[in-house]
Design a protein. Sequence first.
Length: 567
Amino acid sequence: MSQSEESTPAAPSSAIDFIRSIIDEDLVAGRHHGRVATRFPPEPNGYLHIGHAKSICLNFGVAAERGGTCNLRFDDTNPAKEDVEYVEAIKTDVSWLGFEWDGLFFASDYFERLYQFAVTLIGRDKAYVDSLSAEDIRAYRGTLTARGRNSPYRDRPTAESLDLFARMRAGEFPDGAHVLRAKIDMASPNLNLRDPTLYRIRRATHHRTGDAWCIYPMYDFAHPVSDAIERITHSLCTLEFEDHRPLYDWCVENLTVGDRPQQIEFARLNLNYTIMSKRKLLQLVQQQRVSGWDDPRMPTLSGLRRRGYTPESIRDFCGRIGVAKKENIIDMAQLEHSIREDLNKRAPRVMAVLRPLKVVITNYPERQEEQLEARNNPEDLSAGTRQVPFSRVLYIERDDFREDPPKKFFRLSPGREVRLRCAYFITCTEVVKNERGEVVELRCVYDPATRGGDAPDGRRVKATLHWVSAEHAVPVEVRLYDRLFSVEDPERGGDGQTFLDYLNPASLEVLTDCKAEPSLASAAVPLRVQFERLGYFCVDPDSRAGALVFNRTVSLRDTWARIEQRQ
Ligand code: ATP
Ligand code: MG
């Protein structure tokens, strides 16, 4: 097996998880009329993150594999926190991930129908208008150990509830004066069934319906009804909704005839060294702890995209982590593995020096230059070769030289010979320092017989360095990103700490004096490359003509693990 075949991502669709098994059984049994209809239902109150990608890959994935449909539906029932900016960003991200929705819907499209459904429930004595204060409602609800008590308004006449509900809609009452509640069971062990609120009065301008409404349905009502309206067959959601399932079922049983959607819960994605709550991510943005939702350190899809992640790598990651019922925490290294593997196959190799040290090849003619041939990708010979200019003055990486090399340091040092990638062997003959004693320049000699990187006499060197020709180099800025948080579980709290206390102060290092080979002069988004020996990098949208900016997507190996071991 060749190396590239070995690293082909496991085909995610071939794995049968418990959800796919249920759906396949339903298909065999002819349930839901042999249909599969799913939906991805984000609330437009923030940007999508990598956790959402798991849900997107699942919902769109099973629908595509089983010849079904998948809708994108915005659960926009909470106007105070929602915004069109988020709607647009979510659409962009879902498309970027590579999925096409069948229907594009908004829960707000259903406000009139939801209202009519609520009226139907009142008419059937399944809902009532409660006039207790929010505090009293809470007190009457009871606790996990104490049963709830019926509201004194629970048995108000249907006609009165109908009248009050219509007047709630008409704007006759202030916020909080009344709510509409389902009439289920105040003694239920499941708190979600203790007459949950279905509607509340909230004067807030909605990003789509404006001021048409001053009452808004609760998620637990809007969600099952929206699923039923769209004839969803399998309503896939995360485990925290397991306790809500009886309410979900109550809503669809009381409001629909025939085929009913079925809710199935799966474990959400948890990743170490990051957070995934939109509310907390919004805090990072608002407090300017990051540059925005698409800051390359954010776990958002827009952040990962800007960081250089490919949609393929994220889909591969979601396929690898699979779908199960049990909560777990995935190591960030797994996400990094997926992007490394993808870019290893397709990112062209180029040379760039991040912290330049000047090297003068004293025996190379002054005004001479030549073009050397370099392979674009040793993993993919069809990627071909390019010409890289070589001349008398070069830059190498400052780290690649040590005046007093420790034992296992095989790179350049006084008197030592090393190879310059695709160029020549060079030997360091002199170290030039400034008045502060810092090394500012190396003088070297090259061996013309080693052109292309091999010595005809078979002599060997222990290191190969990357380099750029000073005269031809393109100046670039490079942003080195590291994990946003310095601890595995930023939400662990303790000692009055919050996730904000665990931000990694070294999560961004900006290098402004980097030098790249001239083939990058016209690089533009979305170019992703490997800087040889350093890692994978991509062009950042901040780039301007003559002022390119590169982001480090990921290093070549998992250096983080090594750093942690050392500590
Ligand atoms: P957050 O807590 O990050 O704000 P949310 O659940 O409130 O997430 P929604 O917009 O309601 O965000 O989520 C849309 C869909 O994505 C839901 O079906 C939800 O279950 C799913 N989802 C959200 N977070 C994750 C996650 N970490 N892993 C898997 N699915 C997720
Ligand atoms: Mg939610």
